[in-house]
Design a binder for this molecule. Structure first.
Ligand SMILES: Nc1ncnc2c1ncn2[C@@H]1O[C@H](COP(=O)(O)OP(=O)(O)O)[C@@H](O)[C@H]1O
Ligand SMILES: Nc1ccn([C@H]2C[C@H](O)[C@@H](COP(=O)(O)OP(=O)(O)O)O2)c(=O)n1
Length: 225
């Protein structure tokens, strides 16, 4: 058996983290973990249970309550909260608007990071983990670290394509920029590129080209060890 490979993929919203991570994991036979889905899931629980998402003390107090379980099959990403499928509700604009505030609370992060490290440690062949602080904080010893970027215009166009006109491209771009600022500016493990991460600007690349680059980097690291 070869040593498990750990791939950390970080970056702001709409840069292609989820699509790239799933495709790389599927191609290399690795597990896959979407940590953003976990932060969205705990945010959904807070909103559903009447917790004031602008009150960090209230969030901290409740952070230990919901059971968040994320699947690790790249072919069928799954997320449940207290056993209930949360894959639809975590993508609503209400959750998107509240997730940065909830995920800035240290007690929330401590819990999520524990679950994320356990998933990485138990993946038989290795795992691709995507998020904001994977290379810096969650898995600082990852085999390969990637930091994806793209221009705000490209990211907003990609996101509004998914929202199917529910929000204008200009509003989507403004919301992305607000979330970037909140995620990069928080005190506990902000969105940041690790010093040893490879930065890939995906603005002008197809998904296939990004996947190829990441797969090639993993191959190089494997060959070197
Ligand atoms: N390199 C790319 N070129 C064009 N579209 C892309 C590319 N990467 C991702 N996408 C599309 O952009 C949208 C956002 O991608 P996603 O992987 O969800 O980004 P993130 O996880 O960083 O928010 C999706 O609709 C996806 O299909
Ligand atoms: N490792 C992570 C992953 C996500 N988060 C927070 C910050 C992000 O704005 C939200 C949502 O992340 P998600 O990856 O689902 O966001 P997008 O799909 O890129 O819009 O969660 C985090 O704080 N740390």
């Amino acid at each position: 058996m070869s040593i498990p490979v750990i791939v950390a993929i970080d970056g702001p919203s709409g840069t292609g983290k989820s699509s790239t991570s799933r495709a790389v994991a599927a191609r290399l036979g690795l597990s896959y973990l979407d940590t953003g889905a976990q932060y969205r899931a705990i945010t959904w629980w807070m909103l559903s249970n009447g917790v004031d998402v602008n009150d960090p003390l209230a969030i901290a107090d409740q952070a230990g309550k919901p059971a968040i379980v994320a699947g690790t099959d790249p072919a069928a990403p799954a997320i449940t909260v207290d056993g209930v499928d949360a894959s639809g509700p975590i993508r609503t604009q209400e959750v998107t608007a509240a997730v940065s505030a909830v995920s800035a609370v240290p007690e929330v992060r401590t819990r999520m990071v524990e679950i994320q490290r356990a998933a990485a440690a138990s993946a038989p062949a290795g795992i691709v983990v995507e998020g904001r602080d994977i290379g810096t904080t969650v898995l600082p010893d990852a085999t390969v670290k990637i930091f994806l970027t793209a221009s705000p215009e490209v990211r907003a166009a990609r996101r509004s394509g998914e929202l199917k006109g529910a929000q204008s491209v200009a509003d989507t771009q403004a919301a992305l920029i607000r979330r970037d600022a909140a995620d990069s500016g928080r005190t506990t493990s902000p969105l940041a590129k690790a010093d040893d991460a490879v930065e890939v600007d995906t603005s002008e690349l197809s998904l296939e080209q990004v996947v190829e680059q990441v797969v090639a980097l993993v191959g190089e690291k494997r060959a070197a060890r």
